[in-house]
Design a protein around this ligand. Structure first.
Ligand code: URA
Length: 219
């Protein structure tokens, strides 16, 4: 299957999914939007009221701000892929429960494998926690680390910056670093591929430590 076909199949599956109780209150599943031909994927927490109505991610006020942030990084929505860790709205916009995250994992993992982005950007605490098991967003936002052979950059959720105006310039500055971080991720992946071609022992192989915030590489 092509990446496009996989994303389409995942989207169809989420629309009829009954793997967790979130389907009971869902109006529309929100599988994600964008292109599989991208170096960067943005992953939020879960659909809110407007997203549940429209079946599209980040269409409310936080979505408008995300568009501005994407533009700060030199992207349009059409040039990236945007999704959430859960594809159905948690009632009252509560955080997704661990069982819900677990039930939805198959969809996110297929999307990541199909797109194979150089960089995953997590939007908010819940999405960050999916890839990092320790660390506070206030200390690791905008920094890059490696998880399962891929660069992950934790960002504040755009809605957090709307509620807390002092975060606005912080998150904007973090987004402006993304072109540099994509180059860095591509160079690292290229070096790993070359090393794998010439050596039995690949560089940058995943270790537990790569997931730990203490191991983050600052630039
Ligand atoms: N917040 C999210 O995390 N995701 C959305 O799609 C909308 C708001």
């Amino acid at each position: 299957m092509t990446p496009e076909e996989i994303l389409k199949e995942v989207a169809e599956q989420t629309r009829v999914c009954t793997r967790c109780p979130l389907h009971l209150s869902r109006k529309n599943a929100v599988p994600g939007v964008g292109t599989p031909n991208t170096q960067i994927m943005f992953i939020g927490e879960g659909p809110g009221f407007h997203e549940n109505e429209q079946g599209l991610p980040f269409v409310g006020a936080a979505g408008n701000f995300l568009d501005e942030l994407l533009s700060d990084a030199g992207f349009t929505r059409e040039e990236v892929f945007i999704t959430n860790v859960v594809k159905c709205r948690p009632p009252g916009n509560r955080d997704p429960e661990p069982e819900e995250l677990n039930a939805c994992k198959i969809y996110l993992e297929r999307q990541i494998a199909a797109i194979n982005p150089d960089v995953i950007v997590t939007l908010g605490r819940v999405s960050m926690g999916y890839f990092i098991d320790k660390g506070k967003i206030s200390s690791i936002h905008g920094r890059d680390f490696w998880s399962h052979g891929r660069m992950v950059v934790a960002m504040y959720h755009p809605a957090a910056a709307l509620h807390q105006p002092s975060l606005r310039s912080v998150v904007k500055e973090d987004f402006k670093k993304l072109p540099f971080l994509i180059d860095k991720a591509q160079a690292a992946r290229q070096a790993t591929a070359e090393s794998q071609a010439t050596s039995a022992k690949p560089q940058g192989e995943d270790t537990e430590d790569f997931d730990k915030p203490e191991q983050l590489s600052l630039f």
